[in-house]
Design a protein around this ligand. Structure first.
Ligand SMILES: Cc1cc2nc3c(=O)[nH]c(=O)nc-3n(C[C@H](O)[C@H](O)[C@H](O)COP(=O)(O)OP(=O)(O)OC[C@H]3O[C@@H](n4cnc5c(N)ncnc54)[C@H](O)[C@@H]3O)c2cc1C
Length: 394
């Protein structure tokens, strides 16, 4: 069986190495990615402020069992089993029997003025932000829009990098409101200590070159705006006629199989499988690793005649957010990803984040060396099935 994996982020590399390593040579795995280096996306906001971030070679990460093609899948014909790849070697067709969409997500700006904002959702955007940040004059206003994890991490990083600027966070809800009270208080206190003005319960309706226009008629000055207010999957799946949700992610059943095309699987940020509560799993490493590993296992089971396999059984355990280089929060969650219990703050949280950002890359290497090593906490069985619990706590 020829399996094409599109995108070599956490999900795509995991699916590729797991499948190649566990299918006894019965599957040819081709992995397509626009660049030869692995992007550890959890650290893009750090790239934006010029902190050194390693970019491991994808070739070394996935090993020789996977055919790596540098390029972008620019068109997909899921019925004919053909993808068009454009890369440094020109345009080529790649035939497949199954395709795993692991194209991740990028920043979306759903208000007028998108041309005036910066972002940290992909490597190119993070690299563009770096000189723009350096060019902002002392005392100027810098605004991060979006109070989710990426917004919190980004605003703290920018405030630490530019203590001479007026850094602000604009969020639709309460800043840090997702956490339990101890975590929330720590988020608010730490941002205040870093000099961040946190503006909660505020929606932006448009962005201009030097300000944000708010829903309530107000305005916020902003010489540099960084949008962390939403992410969506690339257009590839939608353009191919594959069933997608309103954020462009492939709609799948609990087995990661497309609702419209059985030969297509969609994982990580690019996939929308039904979560137990009826919604979708959050765009996160906690979902990227298990969904990809599960998809690989189902293809393997099909090839080896081991049955059709079941749906993904995934329970969340915790989330970890960094607040600059010296602070963070490790927040336990219930299995449905809702914050609960006592948040860990201080050096424990900073250490957990350190382990997380390195652990996600290490987990891929471990999966290549020990196929099947990536496991995850289960929801239904209510136990922690942990060997290398990749993504756990991210
Ligand atoms: C700054 C930042 C901080 C974050 N922090 C956290 C965190 O602390 N914890 C957490 O759980 N999550 C965090 N996230 C979210 C997390 O990064 C994503 O959920 C995760 O990257 C999803 O993994 P993925 O493999 O699905 O996609 P990605 O990691 O985005 O990888 C997708 C890959 O597909 C490639 N690709 C896209 N289109 C094509 C195409 N047409 N052809 C070929 N290749 C293609 C991309 O170039 C990329 O290499 C953060 C995100 C950001 C931006």
């Amino acid at each position: 069986m020829r399996v094409l994996v599109v995108g070599a982020g956490y999900a795509g590399t995991t699916a590729a190495v797991r499948l190649a390593g566990r299918s006894g040579g019965r599957v040819e795995v081709t992995l397509v990615n626009p660049r030869a280096g692995f992007v550890n996306r959890l650290r893009l906001h750090q790239i934006a402020v010029g902190r050194p971030v390693a970019a491991p070679s994808l070739r070394e990460l996935v090993g020789t069992g996977v055919t790596l093609v540098e390029g972008e899948v620019v068109a997909l014909d899921p019925d004919a089993g053909r993808a068009t790849v454009s890369g440094p070697d020109g345009v080529q067709d790649v035939a497949f029997d199954r395709v795993v969409l692991a194209t991740g997500s990028t920043t979306t700006v759903p208000v007028p003025g998108a041309e005036h904002v910066h972002a940290v959702g992909d490597l190119e955007s993070a690299r563009r932000l770096r000189p723009a940040l350096a060019a902002v004059s002392a005392g100027a206003d810098i605004t991060v829009v979006g109070g989710g994890f990426t917004g919190l991490e980004t605003v703290a990083e920018l405030a630490e990098a530019r203590p001479d600027a007026r850094v602000r966070l604009v969020a639709a809800g309460e800043v840090g409101g997702w956490f339990t009270p101890r975590g929330r208080d720590h988020v608010q206190r730490t941002l205040a200590r870093l000099g961040v003005e946190a503006v909660g319960d505020t929606r932006v309706r448009a962005v201009t070159p030097d300000r944000l226009l708010l829903d309530d008629g107000g305005e916020v000055p902003s010489a540099l705006t960084v949008w962390c207010g939403g992410f969506a999957a690339p257009l590839l799946a939608r353009a191919a006629g594959i069933a997608v949700d309103d954020r462009g992610a492939g709609r799948t059943d609990a087995s990661m199989r497309s609702l419209s095309h059985p030969a297509v699987m969609a994982v990580g940020d690019a996939g929308h499988a039904p979560a137990p509560d009826g919604g979708r799993y959050s765009m996160s490493c906690q979902y990227a690793f298990p969904s990809a590993a599960h998809a690989a296992d189902l293809i393997r089971a099909e090839v080896l005649g081991l049955g059709s396999g079941g749906g993904l059984d995934l329970g969340f355990t915790a989330r970890c957010v960094s607040l600059g280089s010296r602070h963070g929060v490790l927040q336990p969650t219930d299995k449905a990803d809702v914050a609960q219990g006592r948040a860990v703050i201080g050096s424990g949280a900073v250490a957990a984040k350190w382990v997380q950002v390195r652990g996600v890359v290490a987990a891929i290497g471990l999966e290549r060396r020990l196929p099947g090593a990536v496991r995850w906490p289960h929801a239904a069985r209510g136990r922690r099935d942990a060997a290398a619990v990749a993504g756990s706590g991210t």
